[in-house]
Design a protein around this ligand. Structure first.
Ligand SMILES: Cc1cc2nc3c(=O)[nH]c(=O)nc-3n(C[C@H](O)[C@H](O)[C@H](O)COP(=O)(O)O)c2cc1C
Length: 332
């Protein structure tokens, strides 16, 4: 996230099966972010990427620079696939060094690389060799502890990566543990490359706080973007000093309809599951027992009845939707 990524810009975080192509189409209407990152492409030893996969991603990402994320533990396979990927008009390649899923990290892949630094060094070296486009790394602050944080930064810096996104938690903290922006600040102070902060930013105030506390180049949002797809245009208004336009609950209802329609057009096989999944992120920002009711739905029909109840009926539709939720931990 360098040349094409503006200072204080916001990237959309990759969230497998959620913040991908169809969601990018939706964001094109609500206000696109400054960069998209694909969900990880798992690069096994004998894997060769199907160009179709990149072409599909590019077709969706026509309004915004696209980074293709690779994840793997085989240097030759990563090199081979990086060479294929970089032939396409993408912004760069992102390497996943943070995935907290046990079956992934136990294979020295994703977040598992944070406890095998010699292998991390080899893989980054290999990717750098195969990648003349910008190379970024999306990492966490450690595997189980943070003692190696500086060593990890040294490895990435020596390999001349162009940018680092830091999800400011350890792998073992998954998505809920204490968020540690002080580590983002340490990286900013130590390295001469853009650092992007990620994790638990829910509101414009959170973004402002993280930018001023860490002095990072930009930020990346995942769950907040699903909850509040208006956040990118709200941030632009804020940056220009314009008034912020807050949607109402009836607009959240329309957004859910849009999600349903767009993912169905893209052959989503489990519409109810997807809608509930979106509501898991949106629900905590809606008053009352909206989420509890939604999760009880066993058919799409029932889902929409409950949605109408929580978002439209009894004057609910005119309520202002601010999109914020309570943080999972205090800011450090
Ligand atoms: C369901 C889900 C899927 C995710 N998939 C990916 C992925 O493919 N690649 C990746 O680097 N991070 C992935 N992440 C992590 C997010 O990109 C992000 O780092 C994390 O959600 C913290 O940011 P947030 O608090 O803004 O959501 C995923 C997270 C979730 C919850």
């Amino acid at each position: 996230m360098t040349h094409s990524f503006p200072q204080h810009g916001i990237a959309l975080a990759p969230m497998r099966h959620l913040t991908q192509g169809p969601f990018w189409q939706i964001l094109n209407q609500y206000g696109a972010p400054d960069a998209y990152v694909s969900e990880f492409v798992r690069v096994h030893k004998n894997f060769t990427l199907n160009p179709r996969q990149i072409e599909d991603n590019l077709a969706y990402a026509d309004k915004c620079p696209l980074w293709i994320q690779l994840m793997g533990n085989d240097p030759n396979a990563l090199l081979r696939n990086a060479e294929i990927v970089q032939k396409y008009p993408i912004a760069g390649i992102d390497f996943n060094v943070g995935c907290p899923v046990p079956k992934i990290y136990k294979k020295q892949t994703g977040g598992g690389l944070l406890r095998n630094l010699p292998l991390l060094k080899i893989l980054i070296g290999s990717l750098r060799a195969g990648c003349s486009k910008p190379l970024s790394v999306k990492m966490r602050i450690g595997f189980e502890h943070t003692e190696n944080f500086e060593k990890i930064l040294d490895i990435l810096c020596e390999a001349q990566v162009d940018c680092i996104t830091i999800h400011a938690r350890t792998v073992k903290d998954r998505y809920e543990g204490q968020i540690r922006y002080d580590f983002v600040r340490r990286a900013v102070e130590k390295l001469p490359i853009p650092i992007i902060a990620n994790g638990d930013m829910n509101t414009l105030d959170d973004i402002k706080h993280v930018l001023s506390f860490t002095r990072c180049w930009g930020t990346m949002l995942g769950r907040a973007a699903i909850r509040n797809p208006w956040i990118f245009s709200q941030w632009r208004s804020h940056s220009k000093g314009d008034p912020i336009d807050y949607p109402r609950y009836k607009h959240v209802f329309e957004y859910l309809q849009q999600v349903d329609k767009t993912f169905k057009l893209n052959r989503n096989a489990d519409p109810l599951g997807l809608l509930k999944n979106f509501c898991k992120y949106i629900g905590p920002a809606i008053d009352g027992d909206f989420l509890k009711q939604i999760l009880k739905s066993s058919t799409e029909f029932e889902f929409w009845i409950r949605c109408e109840q929580g978002l439209l009926k009894g004057g609910q539709g005119e309520k202002v939707f601010r999109g914020g939720v309570v943080r999972t931990g205090e800011i450090l």
